[in-house]
Design a protein around this ligand. Structure first.
Ligand code: DX5
Ligand code: ZN
Length: 232
């Protein structure tokens, strides 16, 4: 059984010149998290946003932030992102970017934020097994990080299920990349509860109803599973 469903809107596919409007609209539609993709042009072949943008976003919304660091040397930047964000926001780093993940988690938690660790599609769960007791969230990438609008890699589904069986009931499992109304149910069935979407929200004609549809589909799976459980 997974914790409460949360939908995270990734602003990577929002209109950068109308970011405030796009975020406010998502907030009105009941979005649970604003997902901010931070890319350094080294770990991934793209460059996006830094602490300066995070600070600006923090000023205009009450929705918790979900900062996804796709950067080398994450330990160098935790302090700057933590200051720009706020207590209880998430900072997630990639396991592939550090030899000392426990130290990075400690830095995030010492700032009063929640710590997440992320795995690329080809990285296996044994790489983070020893961190499960100390992280708040594990993020499983369902595309190779770098760009929005890519196709969902379905071979990560068994990895989600394996992780849910290894994790405590309270641990958030997030999935990011290529999520659509067609595949969100599968992702939740396998045990994910935090679902990121960029294109499936901001590249539609009606982002508000896209958010509501994704949430309803995900919550329906959780309800069905609960129902099946008490009727076996
Ligand atoms: C990819 C980013 C994702 C991306 C998702 O590297 O981490 O958050 O914005 O975009 P969609 O939902 O369009 O695949
Ligand atoms: Zn992301």
């Amino acid at each position: 059984m997974q914790p409460k469903i949360k939908i995270a809107a990734s602003i990577l596919a929002a209109n950068p010149m109308r970011l405030e409007d796009e975020i406010k609209k998502a907030e009105m539609a009941g979005i649970d998290l604003i997902h901010i993709d931070v890319m350094d042009g080294h770990f991934v072949p793209n460059i996006t946003m830094g602490p300066f943008i995070v600070e600006g976003i923090k000023r205009i919304t009450k929705v918790p932030l979900d900062i996804h660091l796709m950067i080398e040397h994450p330990e160098r930047y935790i302090n700057a992102f933590a200051k720009a964000a706020g207590r209880d926001d998430f900072i997630t780093f990639h396991i592939e970017t550090t030899k000392n993940p426990k130290e990075v988690i400690k830095l995030i938690k010492n700032e009063g934020l929640k710590a997440g660790v992320s795995l690329n599609p080809d990285t296996q769960t044994d790489s983070i097994e020893n961190l499960l007791d100390i992280v708040d969230m594990v993020l499983i990438m369902s595309v190779n990080p770098g760009f929005s609008g890519q196709k969902f890699i379905s071979r990560v589904l068994p990895k989600i299920a394996k992780l849910r069986s290894m994790a405590t009931d309270e641990m958030d499992i997030e999935v990011d990349g290529g999520i659509t109304p067609e595949n969100i149910s599968q992702v939740v069935q396998n045990g994910a509860n935090v679902i990121v979407a960029a294109s499936a929200i901001f590249k539609t004609n009606d982002p508000s109803s896209a958010i509501q549809t994704l949430k309803q589909l995900a919550e329906r799976i959780v309800r069905e599973e609960f129902h099946n459980r008490i009727h076996v």
